[in-house]
Design a protein around this ligand. Structure first.
Ligand code: BG6
Length: 513
């Protein structure tokens, strides 16, 4: 490795920042994500002085509204959703550079208008601008948008230079393997892979990136990180929220597509992949793909299979009664959409052969928590007890991704006193205590990375296809089964019995995070 800047063992995760002059164009400008995440992210980047000096934001949407109204909507979004308050001096610089273009996503003329607006900006400031297209629309219009970006020439602006156009694509990236492949083909007919940034916002979370640092900047873990010392791994992505007002989307999705295929698989890949030779995008993504390729096909049969699915029934959350999924607005009376999914995976490589990886994700669970728990093998025997049958607790290293970001290690310790008795104790590291709690939002990091052209924290085309290849047979199986085999769990619980059974079979049980 001749370039020390890119070598993780020398320089950690630090990167040089500095994007060329940029126009960010958001397709789906009136959508929820734009208000809740994208505009606040851009504002916070401005507040930190991380936007290029020449920066413009163009909202693109069907509704015809003047620039001034979009500026107002954007300011309101910052006031409501930004992690830091709107400061007038920062906003007064950004507002006049916040513009709006209206038109249909399949209307060639609207894309011409967009191109003219961007050229107008370039003339005004006398510089070539990079254009970063952010596709944050329902997936049904991903293809027409990308085709029109191609046909209008917008996709090929300033090719081969730092200012070359880039595109960020929001999830859901397809709904199964075939649709993800089709979408990749459409995109590839317009953009080179280096211009494409498929987003998984979990990769923008601080603690997910910290996982790389913990694994590859601390020498003590690597010798233990394998089948000789690890008993099993549990990855939990639990949410308290229910389907809320999103039944229209969620009914066609379910937990496997919405959370497992993308976010949870990414956590798994980063936890289990081999050390990358450097921190650059291809090195990391190659390792993730290799890991995903080593996952064995899952057994789908009802008894002794590797999968469980369930819907939440009514229950209590924080002491308050909440409705079951079937009673939620917009849910079909015969819905077989799973709000919880759990998988038992085997990774067939030298490092992990024989170590089960358990993944689960659900809505309306007891608590919002995302964690990765590495359960180590127990100490052999127990010289501290009268009988060897009294087992010592196993050591567990847990990464809390959210909300209480940190890391903990369970160890056995002596209970003070004249007898020698042991008790598991927990060593805790909390992000908030050490570093304060005002960490950047995932979207800030990801928008900035896309602007500077760093795709390390984005999903490569083959990566998304491999992940769909793993889950598509499960989706097809569940479709043929309808509601047969669909378990339930009380809202406010840790999930259904069928998910416990996945672990019972190996003498394991889910930990309560
Ligand atoms: C989204 C899913 O990708 O992630 C939502 O579509 C889910 O259903 C959300 O609620 C969870 O994200 P976070 O960052 O709140 O954990």
């Amino acid at each position: 490795m001749s370039d020390p800047e890119r070598h993780p063992f020398l320089h950690g995760l630090s990167k040089h920042r500095g994007a060329p002059p940029t126009v960010v164009v958001i397709f789906g400008a009136s959508g929820d994500l734009t208000a809740r995440k994208l505009v606040p992210a851009i504002y916070n980047l401005a507040l930190d002085g991380l936007l290029p000096a020449d920066f413009y934001l163009i909202g693109f949407g069907r509704k015809p509204i003047p620039d001034a109204e979009f500026q107002q909507v954007a300011a309101d979004a910052v006031r409501e959703f930004s992690r830091r308050e709107l400061q007038d001096d920062v906003w007064s610089r950004l507002a006049p550079r916040t513009l709006y273009v209206s038109g249909g996503y399949d209307e060639a003329a609207a894309f011409q208008q967009l191109a003219e607006r961007i050229e107008g900006i370039e003339k005004e400031i006398g510089q070539e601008m990079q254009t970063l297209f952010y596709i944050s629309t329902p997936p049904s219009v991903f293809a027409p948008i990308s085709e029109n970006l191609g046909a209008s020439g917008l996709a090929r602006r300033h090719v081969g230079r730092p200012q070359q156009s880039k595109v960020i694509i929001e999830k859901p990236f397809g709904k199964d393997l075939a649709s993800a492949q089709a979408l990749n083909r459409t995109i590839a007919s317009v953009f080179a892979e280096s211009q494409v940034f498929r987003i998984d916002h979990y990769l923008g979370k601080e603690t997910v990136q910290d996982l790389l640092v913990q694994r590859f900047a601390n020498a003590i873990f690597e010798p233990l990180w394998n089948r000789n010392f690890v008993d099993h791994v549990q990855i939990t992505v639990a949410e308290e929220v229910g389907v809320g007002t999103r039944a229209g989307y969620y009914e066609g999705s379910g937990a496997l597509r919405d959370m497992i295929q993308n976010h949870t698989m990414q956590l798994l890949a980063l936890t289990a992949m081999e050390p990358p030779v450097s921190l650059d995008a291809e090195s990391i993504r190659n390792e993730k793909v290799k890991l995903l390729q080593a996952i064995q096909p899952l057994r789908l049969e009802a008894a002794a299979g590797d999968v469980a699915r369930a819907q939440y029934a009514e229950g209590l959350l924080g002491g308050n009664p909440v409705a079951g999924y079937m009673q939620e607005d917009g849910v079909d009376a015969k819905s077989s959409t799973e709000t919880f999914a759990a998988l038992r995976l085997n990774i067939n490589n030298w490092r992990w052969h024989g170590v089960p990886f358990y993944l689960r994700s659900g809505k309306r669970m007891a608590r919002r928590v995302t964690e990765i728990a590495i359960r180590f093998k127990r100490a052999p025997g127990n010289i501290f007890a009268e009988s060897e049958r009294i087992q010592l607790a196993a050591n567990t290293l847990a990464f809390q991704i959210q909300p209480d970001e940190g890391m903990s290690l369970i160890l056995n310790a002596k209970i003070p006193g004249l007898e020698t008795r042991t008790q598991p104790v927990k060593m805790n590291f909390k992000y908030a205590t050490t570093f304060g709690s005002n960490t950047p939002e995932a979207y800030e990091r990801l928008v900035l990375d896309a602007m500077i052209g760093d795709s390390t924290l984005f999903i490569r085309g083959d990566e998304t296809e491999r992940s769909w290849q793993l889950v598509t047979p499960i989706l097809e199986h569940w479709r043929t089964q309808g509601r047969t085999g669909l378990d339930t769990y009380s809202a406010g619980s840790w999930g259904p019995k069928s998910a416990d059974a996945l672990l019972d079979a190996n003498g394991h049980s889910w930990r309560e995070p």
